[in-house]
Design a binder for this molecule. Structure first.
Ligand code: ADP
Ligand code: ASP
Ligand code: MG
Length: 382
């Protein structure tokens, strides 16, 4: 007998048939004598629809209300799964983030989990073998008493937090792929499934857009054969360029300070060397969902910053190349720049770190860029 967390993503709960299928799967574990906490995502496509509605309501929407809206998809699937389980004679109860409560900070849209007390769930396992059906992706901020969400794909994070809180032996992430691939298999049919991946690489892959979570990460063995392990891509970013920013001390603080205060995460940053010693261009990326808010924030601080105008683009994507082998190999990124330029793909911004680099390109070229780099680094399956 074990304690388990079973997490089902959007594709697994996409309609009533699949929810019934999930319920049968859960029942099997309950019948085997296990205590089960289930974490569910919204039906696939639902969160995108909710996000689009927020934008339609107002491009500059209040982040607290965005969370109130987009968290609702998970409420539906958690309730439906609980009803379905009950119909099969399984004791089950749904839990929304505020009911657990899954306590988070108040960074709406990308909140971090602060605390989760699993004792009530454990008590119910013991007293009545009750399955906990938890709405993923959502939490609550204690100070403001407001619903928060954990960022796109956040129900994987919810599942891991629940597993820790109830002391689960296992946390199984069910999805529509059978493992972690060298890149998204829908984009690159030649992607290969990995037998193992270093923990650090998996963290990078996941945070850079590869949606799947690891089944097993391996830190003990160093994989020397391959310099590059995987390619990730994300279309959820937007580019903002501030033109002719005054080149003076404190200007970066004047720009990035207000963005941070508004909980807008800045990712890539590129600053040109100023040609005349007076002004320079500054480019950075923010999550696409925060694009309008970021522009408005900068516009508001214009007096303090001093610049000519803001340009921006939302039809961009970030392609990242990951591999711990980069630590000991030079020129890995340079190869990519060459290969992309051969395909006439323009690079708008670049960032690098010890085990990865990312390029920002036009979204229309995402698939071509990913396939090109996947072949370039010898990742295609034979
Ligand atoms: P779920 O709804 O189950 O959470 P997601 O859509 O969030 O599913 O994540 C699974 C999808 O992630 C797969 O369908 C696959 O196309 C995509 N994906 C992107 N990068 C990778 C990768 N490196 N390995 C495996 N799948 C990936
Ligand atoms: N439903 C949310 C999303 O689509 C969370 C998740 O599926 O993990 O981002
Ligand atoms: Mg997911």
């Amino acid at each position: 007998m074990a304690r388990l967390v079973m997490k089902f993503g959007g594709t697994s709960v996409a309609d009533m048939d699949r929810i019934r299928n999930v319920a049968r799967h859960v029942k099997r574990e309950v019948d085997a004598g296990h205590d089960v906490a289930v974490v569910v995502s919204a039906m696939s496509g639902k969160t995108n629809e909710l996000v689009a509605w927020c934008r339609e309501a107002s491009p500059l929407h209040d982040a607290r209300e965005y969370d109130a809206v987009v968290s609702s998809g998970e409420n539906v699937t958690a309730g439906l799964l609980a009803i379905t389980l009950q119909g099969m004679g399984v004791q089950a109860r749904s839990w929304q983030g505020w009911q657990l409560p899954m306590l988070t900070d108040n960074a709406h849209g990308s909140a971090r989990i602060l605390d989760l007390d699993g004792s009530e769930l454990v008590k119910r396992f013991k007293e009545r073998k009750e399955v906990a059906v938890i709405a993923g992706f959502q939490g609550v901020n204690k100070e403001t008493n407001r619903i928060t969400t954990l960022g796109r794909g956040g129900s994987d994070t919810s599942a891991v937090a629940v597993a820790a809180a109830i002391g689960a032996e296992r946390c199984d992430i069910y999805t529509d792929v059978d493992g972690v691939y060298t890149t998204g298999p829908r984009v690159v049919p030649k992607a290969r499934r990995m037998d193992k991946i270093a923990f650090e690489e998996m963290l990078e892959l996941a945070s850079l857009g590869a949606k799947v979570m690891p089944v097993r990460c391996d830190e003990s063995e160093i994989m020397e054969q391959q310099v590059v392990t995987g390619i990730a891509f994300s279309k959820d970013e937007a580019q903002i360029s501030i033109r002719r920013v005054e080149d003076k001390p404190g200007v970066a603080a004047a720009i990035f300070g207000p963005l941070a205060e508004n909980n807008i995460n800045v990712d890539m940053i590129v600053q040109n060397v100023s040609a005349d010693g007076k002004t320079t261009d500054l480019t950075f990326t923010v999550p696409a969902a925060d694009y309008e808010r970021a522009r408005a924030t900068i516009e508001k601080a214009k007096g303090k910053i001093g610049f000519d105008r803001i340009d921006g683009a939302t039809d961009v994507s970030k392609v990242s190349v990951i591999g711990i082998g980069m630590r000991s190999h030079a020129g890995v990124a340079a190869q990519a720049f060459g290969a992309l330029s051969e395909k006439s793909i323009n690079i708008r911004a670049i960032t690098t770190s010890e085990i990865k680099f990312s390029v920002l390109i036009d979204a229309a070229y995402t698939e071509l860029a990913v396939r090109t780099l996947h072949s370039l680094y010898g990742l295609d399956k034979a």
